[in-house]
Design a protein around this ligand. Structure first.
Ligand SMILES: Nc1ncnc2c1ncn2[C@@H]1O[C@H](COP(=O)(O)OP(=O)(O)OP(=O)(O)O)[C@@H](O)[C@H]1O
Ligand SMILES: [Mg+2]
Length: 234
């Protein structure tokens, strides 16, 4: 079921946003370098505004670096559009299609790939089961709680079995118990499928419990890269 896992590497990546009012530029990411091994789950950890989402968006193709290069395996993907990269992103704001019910939101990627409808139904229902939403398949996203919407977004990304999964605070709207369950689920699915995963969070405990390695960011800089133990001891 799992495909060959792939590495992600960013080289000297800088992102400068122009301030609309013509004031000083914002350096969201400042000369970042890291490599994520195939099948690894790495978190980007740091306070609000430190550049986590910007880093993730550049890897997903939703933002172009001002400087530097991004590689998936040996392929330079720096300037490829999102749909030409083997990545799937769960955004901080979910990005569900409001006019489609839960089932169709999750089925979307498989329909694009033109899978037979019986197979689509099976995969959608088993993925919804995985995230605990099987009984809400016919609901509209606007009639779901924030946490339920988050789980739909997660299901929609997992179902296409990407080589690289990019998650931006995917559990921030869940209550503590569900959050813990989903964390375990994400890790289990991630390991089972061997998906290289980058997980953004500002929650230290979450980073510690999930990660193979943690990348600590502050003010656009990468401050530290290490295993949870190494980061903890600092
Ligand atoms: N489109 C944009 N235009 C101008 N500045 C931006 C833009 N997007 C982000 N920034 C700025 O870049 C910096 C990094 O933002 P980013 O969204 O990457 O932070 P973050 O670490 O994800 O924070 P949070 O935890 O609050 O989501 C911030 O100072 C932010 O204001
Ligand atoms: Mg963010």
């Amino acid at each position: 079921m799992s495909k060959t896992s792939v590495s992600v590497r960013i080289e000297n990546v800088t992102k400068v946003f122009k301030d609309v009012k013509g004031k000083a530029d914002v350096i969201a990411v400042n000369n970042a370098n890291f490599e994520i091994e195939p099948g690894e789950l790495v978190t980007l950890l740091g306070p609000s505004g430190c550049g986590k989402t910007t880093t993730l968006r550049m890897i997903g193709g939703f933002e172009l670096p001002t400087k530097g290069k991004i590689y998936l395996g040996n392929e330079d993907i720096t300037y490829l559009p999102p749909n030409k990269r083997d990545t799937a992103t769960v955004f901080q704001s979910y990005g569900l299609f409001p006019h489609m019910n839960v089932f169709d939101n999750v089925a979307y990627g498989l329909k694009l790939r033109k899978l037979p409808s019986k197979q689509i139904t099976e995969k959608v229902m088993s993925t919804l089961d995985l995230v605990g939403l099987k009984n809400l398949a016919q609901r509209a996203p606007s009639k779901l709680s924030g946490g339920q919407q988050q789980r739909v977004a997660l299901a929609r990304s997992l179902i296409v079995e990407p080589s690289v999964l990019l998650l931006d605070e995917p559990l921030s709207n869940l209550d503590a118990l569900l959050r813990e369950q989903m964390r375990v689920e994400i890790k289990r699915i991630q390991k089972a499928l061997g998906i290289t995963t980058i997980y953004v969070t500002h929650d230290r405990v979450e980073a510690m419990s999930l990660s193979d390695r943690i990348i600590v960011m502050k003010n656009g800089f990468i401050r530290q890269i290490g295993s949870p133990n190494e980061i903890y001891e600092d």
